[in-house]
Design a protein around this ligand. Sequence first.
Ligand SMILES: [Zn+2]
Length: 204
Amino acid sequence: MRTLLFLHTTDFDAKEGFELTLEMKLVICSAFVQITFGLRQDVLNIFNEVFVTPTSYSYAGRAIFYDGDVNPFTQRVNLSWPAVEKGFIITDDGLNIAIHEFGHCLIIENAKRNYLARTFNETDLNTWKALAIKKIPAVKAGEYQIFREYGGTNLMELFSITIETFFEQPHEFYSYSPTFYRMTAKVLQQDPRNSKNPKELRNG
Ligand SMILES: [Zn+2]
């Protein structure tokens, strides 16, 4: 089972004094499994440490507070538990921090993998990027209403925000932009609108 495989290949750690339960770990694992359900990649190779905090956190000397981030230097995924939990309790607002951060991990790992072992089909991902890059100005301006404005920051953020919306609001996303929705489904090799068999991709 993919969830258990991910659980066993990931080092979970928590801020001192915060008890990270097995249930919490499983919730975090489920986000990764949800994204990769249709893909061959079923574990992370670089980012296999997940650090969980009881509140939002900041880096030393900085005033910005985070609910999650992927740190390429420590090769660690940091997540604040209240934000993770909220992401799964409210399932239809397009916000899911665990999906968001694992989205970053997959894009980074994909780029570092050997051509033949890529996470995503190269052609599909390039087609996705070509569509996505054209949307950035509108997303940034708040005119592409299915995505929050932060998605307009860059392609990396737009990918994560797209997949949050893809899993949380698949029908709305499809109605808003069928072509971009279908391309996202192709990249991830699944279609959440098809709850009985998400791996079956629809043409419409
Ligand atoms: Zn991000």
